[in-house]
Design a protein around this ligand. Structure first.
Ligand SMILES: C[S@@+](CC[C@H](N)C(=O)[O-])C[C@H]1O[C@@H](n2cnc3c(N)ncnc32)[C@H](O)[C@@H]1O
Length: 299
């Protein structure tokens, strides 16, 4: 009996690893970055939904029903989001960070893990709100990416139901959305700032020289080492002095926590420090000597 249980546990462990491999081979999702307990929780949801008693049975189900891969992918990449998620973060963006960035031109922003688009559209709305007519003189690009094709399709469509607009005032809704029946469509001038693209955060960033990266409420699914790898990718994709905003439940750890400077811990705003030339003791600049300074006092 004891031996049978041990054998079952062993087979389940093997099946769990096989499931991860099948996901990579069939839909390109690299599960290695995700925490195992997170994967198990999400797999278990699909086991229940398909009436499979264990991972081995679920593998058989997947082989017979390839359409199930998409269901599993949808369950793994939870897309919950909302416009202007976390008031204080968007207040910080509107009053402090974006006006500071808009003092330069062009401005390049990346919304990484944008789900159905509420985050990049919120940024585009703020850009219009802050700059008004002057936006014509600015070159603002908001790159918005997600691994989930279905979520991205919704984002590109830019159509939302009333209850999805709950983070927005009536004035904002009237100014930046067109009501078509019961649906609210983001207006073209807002949408035109955004470039949507499919991207897996476990891969190299698609853009460089960025002024600001928002990657909020995405890292919670990833194992610590993958979080650190992704945050270092962000570090390298930012220009010197560029900013990173994470989710409120997410903290930097390891190398990224030493590389980034904390600008505002409450809203999780970090900065890639600027490198400046060092003036030596007798006042001569040593051109090849670089020192890191954190310019969060500027804000
Ligand atoms: C909870 S939503 C967060 C949306 C938005 N950033 C926010 O804070 O409201 C998490 C998003 O991360 C995406 N995601 C999960 N794993 C990913 C990966 N490996 N690469 C890119 N996006 C990923 C999911 O598809 C999902 O849309």
């Amino acid at each position: 009996m004891e031996n049978t249980k041990e054998l079952e546990d062993f087979l389940e462990k093997v099946a769990f690893q096989k499931l991860k491999k099948m996901l990579f081979e069939n839909v390109g999702l690299n599960c290695d970055g995700y925490r195992d307990e997170y994967l198990r929780r999400r797999f278990d949801v699909r086991l229940k939904a398909t009436g499979s008693q264990n991972y081995s049975k679920y593998i058989i189900y997947l082989k017979k029903n390839p359409g199930e891969y998409q269901q599993l992918l949808n369950d793994l990449t939870i897309n919950y989001t909302m416009f202007m998620r976390d008031n204080d973060v968007y207040l910080y963006l509107e009053k402090i960070l974006l006006p500071k960035l808009f003092a330069s031109n062009p401005v390049r922003i990346w919304s990484a893990g944008c789900a159905s688009g509420e985050e990049p559209y919120s940024l585009a709305i703020l850009a219009h709100k802050i700059l008004g007519e002057k936006i014509k003189n600015h070159q603002i690009s908001i790159f918005a990416s997600d691994i989930d094709k279905d979520a991205l399709l919704k984002a590109v469509k830019g159509e939302y139901q009333k209850k999805q607009l709950c983070g927005l005032s009536e004035g904002i809704v009237n100014e930046y959305f067109t009501k078509i029946g019961e649906t609210y469509r983001v207006r073209d001038f807002v949408r035109s700032l955004i470039h949507f693209e499919q991207h897996d955060l476990m891969k190299e960033p698609l853009r460089r020289n960025l002024d600001l990266i928002l990657c909020r409420n995405v890292m919670i699914y990833f194992a610590k080492e993958s979080q650190q790898l992704i945050h270092m990718n962000f570090y390298n994709a930012l220009r010197e002095g560029g900013y990173l905003i994470t989710g409120k439940a997410e903290m930097l750890s390891g190398e990224p926590s030493r590389k980034f400077a904390v600008v505002d811990i409450r809203t999780r705003v970090y900065q890639k420090p600027k490198q400046v030339n060092v003036v030596d003791q007798i006042g001569i600049i040593q051109p090849n000597t670089k020192i890191t300074v954190w310019d969060f006092k500027e804000i």
